[in-house]
Design a protein around this ligand. Structure first.
Ligand code: DCM
Ligand code: DCM
Ligand code: DCM
Ligand code: ZN
Ligand code: ZN
Length: 268
């Protein structure tokens, strides 16, 4: 996702944090966040060209046209190093935070402030369907399309354009209003789904593999469909895909909070 998507996801997550998790998050946030997690949720994008190793951690490529995801098969960087992908990164940063919290935060050998910012960002990214897209088109990056009259690529449409167009067309050009609308939808329309979103199978602390499997299914069914190279995407595509983008943002926010609540729980 782009800056708006990550901001929205972290804003929504803040509303679902437990008291313990909120306290731990505030303790770990850098001063520049001014106490607001959403302010630093795009930090991994700002440093990804500087910290080159982190670039592959934003996504996981899956085999062309297969439309499924498997950790062992797919989670590696382009050079083939195992576990260097978005789902591996989510396990890794969750583990750093979990063990430090249940051991001793001050004695951790990891930079837990960075771990928190990476985790918040990557739980968002794994929900972007094309961040679990095909290998051959780099998650839609090489599929050149028009978004209305503008030339762009399919990946960018899902990272940015659908959200930007929605803010412009439906939310008075104000991202905060879009966020409020998604929050209302979570507590009204999706209220019966929340507990299912929050839970992981087998009581795991975090379950990125489930999110990645959902993403590639959505990518095949909605992102790639009717978006072949050279096509022009307009109202038909925008209006039919926007509900899925909003639902993925909602799920990311709820699941980020649920994960942080499990990580920073004095119970476990
Ligand atoms: N596992 C993982 N990533 C790591 C370390 C461990 O995914 N960095 C585990 C979690 C899953 C298993 O690998 O239990 C593969 O999951 P699945 O069976 O859902 O593909
Ligand atoms: N990306 C992806 N899958 C790839 C390569 C990149 O999902 N195989 C993502 C990461 C960024 C966006 O696409 O969100 C643009 O990446 P880059 O700037 O590396 O082209
Ligand atoms: N796990 C982790 N870091 C790893 C490997 C695994 O945090 N490098 C976590 C993910 C699961 C738990 O360990 O919550 C058990 O994984 P599995 O699903 O393989 O049983
Ligand atoms: Zn992206
Ligand atoms: Zn990213």
């Amino acid at each position: 996702w782009g800056k708006e998507g990550h901001f929205a996801i972290c804003k929504i997550a803040e509303g679902f944090l437990s008291k313990d998790a909120l306290a731990a998050v505030k303790e770990l946030l850098p001063a520049s966040a001014a106490g607001d997690l959403a302010e630093v949720c795009s930090w991994p994008d700002e440093i990804r060209y500087h910290l080159r190793w982190s670039s592959a951690l934003h996504y996981v490529d899956t085999p062309d046209f297969l439309c499924n995801y498997k950790y062992c098969r797919d989670c590696h960087d382009p050079a083939g190093h195992n576990d260097r992908c978005v789902t591996g990164a989510i396990y890794n940063y969750t583990m750093q935070l979990f063990s430090a919290y249940h051991d001793s935060i001050s004695e951790s050998k990891y930079n837990l402030t960075e771990a928190l910012m990476f985790l918040a960002h990557f739980i968002g990214d794994v929900h972007q369907p094309l961040h679990v897209g095909f290998t051959g088109d780099a998650g839609g990056n090489t599929i050149i399309v028009r978004w209305y009259r503008r030339k762009t690529n399919l990946h960018h449409v899902w990272d940015n354009m659908i959200i930007e167009s929605a803010v412009k067309t439906f939310y008075s050009k104000d991202l905060a209003i879009m966020i409020k609308a998604i929050e209302s939808n979570i507590t009204d329309g999706w209220s019966n789904d929340i507990s299912e979103w929050q839970n992981c199978l087998n009581n795991q602390t975090v379950c990125p593999n489930e999110y990645a499997s959902e993403s590639i299914r959505l990518a095949c069914k909605y992102a790639y469909r009717n978006a072949t190279p050279g096509s022009t995407l307009t109202d038909d595509y925008f209006l039919s895909r926007l509900p899925f983008v909003e639902k993925r943002i909602a799920q990311s926010g709820v699941r980020l909070a649920a994960t942080l609540n499990r990580v920073f729980s004095s119970e476990a």
